[in-house]
Design a protein around this ligand. Structure first.
Ligand code: ADP
Ligand code: MG
Length: 710
């Protein structure tokens, strides 16, 4: 564990003061705050608003737009208290623009109902969405006004992440009290002032005050867009903290030894000679990069980005053979059992003819087979091991693991990557010291991200790209079709299956609760089974038992099913070359990365494949642009760049995809232009002021804890 440097004394006094110092914070409130990791004044300063409510102006009801938050004022025209499926209150509000807006409540008290007498003047704030009778706002924040109205707010109201048991107003007040205790600028600032001057960004103290309490006359548009200099100043420091944290992990890991795998590569050459294809230029380049790393006495930490089908597995196999040649072991891990099994079969097919044994270890391997596999791994009888996460669990001891290969990295967290380190062995050095020798790490991901982002997201890894597909692939033909034309697709499926092909029907929904999506998949399954009586139809969704899911996937893979109705659980890596048609429902709801992943399930064989993106009109501009990108290109790197340019919030680099923790304020896509400055600051800090590094990390990242729970 790294030693944690104490910040400057003045800051220590102010920032580290416990929250119970604040008036009104007793043990009960403190406990609720602590449950969200808020322990000190500094934690509250950095509890940053991600959004603002603009109550500085009123929007005429007629001018409201779906999905654009706004404040309206009007008179109650009608009240309807109904019980359709659950209690509901609808209040129709009209204003001078002669339009009506519905305020809809699912939870309400009798007193609230009484408030909304017809004729009463109400001011409401929220995000309208299309309802049965025009736009409506569900659970708006609202206020009943006196006859003479009320003054408008003179600035933006910050919106903080909700904390259970503490209302928004109380939370704003608490944060305000904490801000009143901000120390002066020199005590607060961790970064040398001169370094920041060139960037034209305000000092931290000023940035915090502006972001929490936008002064009158602030640039409202910039604050709402998250591009105000105050927000950029905070994003810069937050990105810097995360970057430093990853860099430090990398430095720490590279201080360990690894076994140099610097042999002549004869086994790998034998595999190359036996393959029915030649490596693409990109595969050769990435293999050469990995080989150069593996020859070093420090652990390789390399990420290979490669689009679906770019041929990452064979590069992994070649690297594994370098370990085998040196008399060591290599392990290959995949996020699901089915994927692991796919790798196992591939590797066995390639390596066993060379006399290299491949062991198989997954959750379902039990009893005798399991103890045999464990013994092979521990005794070194199996130089190559393939499995799921189970490989990293305790109880699995390696004889001499020199290389760990992790596939589809985004399903693994950073912490799991770190756990690999502990699979190393203690070895006696020439001078009799015992030293831990850790495995080299090769991480493979099929979710390409733009280069600038890769540097930020994977600052602890070197990044290579297999940016070329093997020759002879026909690109998947993609069309976007309105959901009204759903019935035509049934015919299309019938035709494809009559030709001996297989098809996927992917259900996604507005509501992303597992349960609702599972229900939708279930009813689609029933409808399609009824409409296509001659076909064998299967169903997989996230609510099924893992074993049932695997069995259905396997049946589809073996050709025992013609059509697979699925939720997005099929997203990752499954290879069914005979599947040539995919239909994705509600495609307008999905981000580009996810659409691309899904589409990658077809076009894996020799047949021309197609992908139909069904959408629910009307399309938003953003959704239309996304579908356009999908129609135009099959190149994951191009799609990633477009995604960065286009995306809606949270779609590009979610926690799920990278294992990165969520940011408080920074947004890698929006703030991408800050990254060069972040890298430069990080280099300079590590070189010139290493004593400040810990304080920056602790302030924003809070030590390793957030990674562990990411
Ligand atoms: P991914 O990068 O998505 O993991 P795979 O490693 O599964 O891709 O490779 C996809 C398919 O392409 C496999 O059937 C593999 O054998 C084949 N393949 C890999 N490299 C080449 C190549 N250079 N030429 C032709 N086919 C290749
Ligand atoms: Mg793969």
């Amino acid at each position: 564990m790294a030693r944690v440097a104490r910040p400057a004394p003045a800051l220590a006094e102010a920032g580290e003061a416990p929250l119970t110092r604040l008036p009104g914070v007793g043990p009960r409130v403190a406990e609720k705050l602590a449950a969200r990791g808020l322990l000190t004044l500094q934690d509250l300063w950095l509890q940053l608003p991600r959004q603002y409510e603009d109550r500085t102006r009123l929007t005429p009801i007629r001018a409201l737009q779906a999905s654009v938050a706004a404040q309206v004022e009007g008179v109650v025209e009608a009240v309807d208290r109904g019980f359709r499926y659950r209690p509901m209150l609808r209040v129709a509000l009209g204003d001078d623009s002669r339009a009506t807006l519905v305020l809809r409540f699912f939870h309400f008290r009798a007193a609230q109902v009484a408030q909304f007498a017809p004729g009463v003047r109400v001011r409401a704030y929220g995000t309208p969405r299309p309802g049965q009778h025009g736009l409506e706002i569900v659970h708006p924040s609202y206020r009943v006004l006196d006859d003479d109205g009320g003054a408008l707010g003179d600035s933006l109201d910050p919106v903080y992440p909700a904390i259970e048991g503490i209302g928004p107003a109380a939370l704003r007040k608490l944060i305000g009290l904490a801000l009143d205790r901000l120390p002066d600028e020199t005590a607060l600032e961790l970064l040398p002032r001169a370094w920041l001057a060139d960037l034209g960004l305000p000092p931290l103290r000023e940035a915090l005050r502006v972001v929490h309490r936008p002064p009158q006359g602030s640039d409202v548009a910039a604050l709402l867009a998250g591009t105000h200099p105050a927000q950029r100043r905070l994003a810069l420091e937050e990105l810097l903290a995360h970057h430093l944290s990853l860099r430090r992990q990398r430095i720490a890991l590279q201080q360990h030894r690894a076994t140099p795998l610097a042999g002549p590569g004869l086994l790998a050459q034998r595999l190359l000679d036996a393959l029915p294809f030649a490596l693409t230029g990109a595969q050769q380049r990435v293999y050469a990069q990995a080989r150069a790393d593996l020859a070093q006495p420090r652990p390789m930490l390399r990420l290979v980005q490669g689009d679906v089908g770019s041929g990452k597995t064979v590069v992994a196999a070649l690297a594994a053979l370098l370990a085998v040649e040196a008399g060591k072991q290599a392990a290959l891990m995949a996020p699901t059992e089915l994927l692991a099994e796919q790798h196992f079969n591939n590797l066995r097919g390639w390596l066993e003819p060379l006399g290299v044994r491949v062991a198989w270890l997954a959750g379902k391997v039990t009893g005798k087979a399991r103890s045999q596999a464990l013994a092979d791994v521990a005794g070194g009888g199996a130089p190559v091991v393939v499995g799921t996460h189970a490989l990293m669990q305790e109880g699995v001891a390696f004889h001499d693991l020199a290389l760990a290969i992790v596939d589809e990295q985004h399903r693994f967290g950073v912490h799991q990557r770190l756990a690999l380190r502990d699979k190393g062995v203690l070895r006696q050095m020439e001078d009799d010291r015992l030293e831990r020798v850790v495995p080299h790490q090769l991480v493979m991901t099929a979710t390409p991200i733009p280069r600038t982002l890769a540097m930020a997201a994977y600052a602890d890894l070197d990044v290579s790209a297999i940016d070329e597909l093997p020759p002879g692939r026909t690109p998947v033909q993609t069309v976007a079709v309105s959901a009204e034309r759903r019935p035509e697709l049934v015919e299309r499926i019938r035709k494809a299956c009559a030709e001996g092909r297989q098809a996927y029907w992917v259900c996604t929904l507005i509501d992303d609760s597992d349960e609702v999506v599972a229900q939708a998949a279930q009813s689609t399954f029933e409808a399609l089974s009824a409409a296509l009586p001659g076909l064998r139809v299967g169903l997989v969704h996230g609510r099924m038992k893992a074993a049932d899911k695997q069995a259905t996937m396997r049946a589809f893979k073996e050709g025992a099913l013609d059509l697979l109705v699925a939720t997005t659980v099929i997203e990752v890596g499954v290879d069914v070359p005979n599947a040539s048609l995919m239909i994705v429902e509600n495609a307008e709801r999905l981000g580009l990365a996810q659409l691309h992943q899904l589409r990658g399930r077809v076009g894996r064989g020799s047949a021309a494949s197609s992908c139909v993106l069904l959408y629910q009109p009307p399309l938003s501009l953003l959704a239309r642009q996304r579908l356009e990108v999908m129609r135009e290109t099959n190149d994951g790197f191009v799609i990633a760049e477009k995604d960065l340019a286009l995306r809606g919030p949270g779609e590009l680099l979610g926690t799920r995809q990278t294992g990165l923790p969520g940011f408080r304020l920074a947004d890698l896509a929006r703030d991408a232009d800050l990254l060069p400055a972040v890298h430069a600051l990080a280099d300079r800090l590590l070189a010139e002021r290493p004593e400040l590094v810990d304080a920056v990390i602790v302030r924003w990242v809070g030590g390793a804890a957030r990674y562990a729970s990411a």
